[in-house]
Design a protein around this ligand. Structure first.
Ligand code: ADP
Ligand code: MG
Length: 728
């Protein structure tokens, strides 16, 4: 009898690294060759139009339709010169991932070829998007949704298709995607940060947020993947006993990259570089067959586009190398999961990183101002920030092996903590010395420049200061990290506005600016102590301590989603203009609905797997043992039989017990699912899935994994952990 697992193993063992065609020339020769960059636009579009376009884009103004018309012609010409035949609006629906609908550049009308791509089709499209989730928005408002050009992100080519980054909104303007609120949040942050910068430097006209993502992922051989219905249908293994060796020896982390994987990575990098994504880092990650890729940081909206693009390029390139890429946060239980660390900072048009210590006391006070306001924002909105990163998939990672805990806190490190402690206890007179020339000297806060390199790392923190940026580590590998970034941008923008109000009110009363800044910062340093935690985030003591500090310790995903709808979140999002109450409500509906669907699918796949793979294999083995027992009885005397069959008796009974428990578990799980499905709304359904279905899946898994250890290896049909994780 053939066994799909052995067929797959044979295929996987026989593979050789694929041949990768290198692009010609040096990196600078092919970097962004698939992107219509500002440089290239000059060849195709008149200078006065471009001047207007860039000025509008850089100042966040709407592009006039006439300008769009001229730009569209230039875009089409460039794309067709490069062999493009189709175009698509490329957008980021709330399902996650990206969506595209391809149209040809030409149509046939009365036998004549007509050019289809006008300013209108660049500007706005109405994809037949009725099946994208809207969380009720389209019922409440208006049925249609449309996608509209985001001119701040350049258009690019994938194969023969021109991709136009777009926002996706309801006819009445409500956001149905991640990009729209992300752009709104950058505008809000720009405004608020610029106002605060004005206390220190009037030259600052523009502040933007930066994002440097680090994308972790697993690779698995295609044949083995195809033999695991759970990987194919849910992106993770729903069962599988731990491999005897996994990541204990830490011999994979930063080790030599295997040849087949290296070929994949090289091709992935070429493709990413051609798409204008400045990838720089590649290495093995902690778990076997786990890897990471990271680019140089960019403006957050562009960086997020690039991350989404990389995820789809990864999937495409992996297939060519007979791999499948697993972007799921926890494809394998018991080993490291995958995250997407989001390195976040703010910088000015004058070239200052607002989260880096400066060269003079003024810059240092500015740095401390922004740092402390970020701490305040994270403290105020720690529940919301957690909500921005939770999902059915990330749920398995948070709080598990090597992953950030499900409590948001900030790691600052020894040096910065000391600076804040000193400031807290300093008197204004000793802290701020203003000399005769009206120059300010910051007595206690002269921050040494070595700080930049001295980023002591605490891997257990979900939100760590790393010298000149914050690293939000709780974000999941499969997520659209725009969700986390827009929440962070908005929270910080709102906090900066509150700070400014407080400072201005006192300056208006005649107090000196430096004195007021110092006082308010000092007050904030005291107020934000609860969020600062440099200890071990994995420890049990921290959970107790965090609870005492009033931090959000909820771990159930459907309940954490509620944080979007707390008064403080709604007010903050409305004040900053990033999301309306209705948009928040609809987002939550989509999140609960997605949660339910994912768990429903997992639970069904689990039922199928145990009933159709695990139990039949176990039964077959049990039958073999029973036959053996009978044969022994025929050959040997009764006395001898008892001892000869003793082992088999034990295994036969174990199989019976685990099989019975599995069948019973599947029955209860199915019942729990039916009950959950009957709940009146998406939130209650999600809570029911979390509270009743999820634990039963764990219970069933434990018995299936126990059977895997007992049953003859040759009868087992599902590729095992050691095979999935060690073959490359
Ligand atoms: P790690 O040691 O955390 O794995 P990596 O070198 O893999 O660091 O990734 C660091 C990421 O942080 C890169 O994407 C890098 O561009 C980004 N980064 C560096 N400085 C900043 C900054 N000021 N703001 C935002 N991102 C930054
Ligand atoms: Mg990192």
């Amino acid at each position: 009898m053939s066994n799909i697992r052995f067929d797959a193993l044979k295929m996987a063992f026989d593979r050789k690294p694929a041949v990768v065609e290198e692009p010609e020339g040096k990196v600078k020769d092919y970097f962004a060759s698939d992107v219509f960059t500002r440089e290239k636009m000059k060849e195709y579009i008149a200078q006065d139009v471009l001047d207007q376009l860039f000025d509008d884009v850089d100042n966040g103004r709407t592009i006039h339709r006439d300008i769009a018309g001229v730009v569209a012609i230039g875009i089409r010409k460039w794309a067709m010169d490069r062999g493009a035949t189709h175009f698509t609006h490329w957008f980021q629906p709330l399902t996650g991932g990206t969506a595209e609908k391809h149209d040809a550049f030409f149509t046939l009308k009365n036998g004549t070829l007509l050019e289809e791509f006008s300013g209108e089709s660049l500007y706005q499209q109405e994809p037949d998007a009725s099946s994208f989730p809207s969380g009720g928005i389209r019922n409440t408002f208006e049925a249609r949704g449309y996608s509209a050009w985001d001119p701040s992100s350049p258009v690019f080519l994938i194969g023969d298709t021109l991709c136009i980054p777009t926002v996706f909104v309801a006819y009445t303007g409500e956001a149905l995607d991640y990009k729209t609120p992300l752009i709104r949040s950058t505008a809000s942050l720009c405004h608020a940060a610029r106002e605060v910068c004005a206390y220190f430097d009037k030259q600052v006209k523009h502040v933007h947020a930066n994002l440097g993502w680090e994308q972790e992922y697993f690779l698995v051989d295609e044949a083995l993947y195809n033999a695991r219905p759970d990987l194919m249908l849910t992106g993770r293994t729903l069962m599988g006993h731990n491999s005897a060796k996994s990541q204990q020896l830490e011999d994979h982390y930063f080790g030599a990259i295997p040849a087949r994987v290296l070929a994949f990575m090289r091709e992935l990098e070429y493709e990413a570089l051609k798409a204008g994504i400045p990838v720089r880092t590649r290495h093995n990650e902690v778990a076997p067959n786990q890897f990471e890729m990271a680019p140089i940081f960019e403006e957050v909206n562009l960086a997020n586009d690039h991350n989404l693009l990389v995820m789809s390029i990864m999937e495409r390139v992996a297939e060519k190398h007979h791999f499948r890429v697993l972007l799921h946060e926890k494809p394998y239980a018991g080993v490291n999961g995958s995250g997407k660390h989001c390195n976040w900072s703010m910088s000015t048009n004058t070239g200052i990183n607002l989260l880096a210590p400066g060269k003079n006391p003024y810059q240092n006070l500015q740095f401390i101002t922004f740092l402390v306001n970020v701490l305040m924002a994270v403290q105020r909105h720690n529940g919301l920030l957690k909500a921005s990163i939770v999902s059915a998939t990330n749920e398995h990672r948070l709080g598990a092996n090597e992953a950030p805990p499900a409590i948001i806190s900030v790691f600052l490190g020894k040096q910065i903590s000391e600076v804040l402690d000193k400031l807290e206890h300093a008197k204004a007179e000793e802290a701020i010395i203003i000399n005769a020339k009206k120059e300010m000297k910051l007595g206690v806060a002269n921050i040494p420049e070595i700080l930049l390199d001295n980023t002591d790392r605490n891997r257990t923190s979900p939100f760590a200061f790393t010298g000149n940026r914050f690293e939000f580590r709780a974000v999941g590998s499969s997520a659209n990290c725009g969700a986390a970034m827009l929440a962070l941008n908005a929270a910080v923008a709102d906090q900066l506005m509150l700070f400014k109000q407080e400072v201005d009110a006192r300056i208006d009363k005649g107090e000196a600016k430096e004195r007021v800044l110092f006082d308010v910062i000092k007050k904030y340093i005291v107020a934000c102590k609860a969020i600062r935690f440099d200890g071990n985030g994995y420890s049990e003591e921290w959970k107790t301590e965090a609870e005492k500090r009033g931090l959000d310790c909820e771990t159930s995903v459907p309940v954490v989603i509620d944080r979007y709808l707390s008064d403080s979140s709604i007010n903050m999002f409305e004040r900053t203009g990033v999301l309306t109450h209705a948009e928040l409500q609809s987002r939550c509906e989509v999140k609960w609905e997605t949660y339910v669907k994912k768990l429903q699918i997992e639970s069904r796949v689990m039922g199928d797997l145990v009933v159709n793979h695990v139990l039949p294999a176990a039964k077959r083995y049990q039958t073999m043992l029973l036959q053996n027992v009978l044969a022994v009885k025929q050959v040997f005397s009764a006395d001898e039989t008892a001892s000869l069959n003793a082992m088999d008796y034990i295994i036969i009974k174990q199989i019976e017990e685990h099989s019975g428990a599995i069948l019973d578990g599947v029955e209860r799980m199915t019942e729990a699912r039916h009950k959950a499905n009957r709940q009146p709304d998406e939130r209650s359904k999600a809570v029911a899935y979390h509270d009743t279905v999820l634990p039963l899946m764990a219970e069933i898994r434990a018995h299936a994994d126990a059977l895997e250890l007992i049953v003859d290896d040759e009868l087992w049909t599902l590729p095992k952990y050691r095979e999935l994780m060690f073959i490359h």
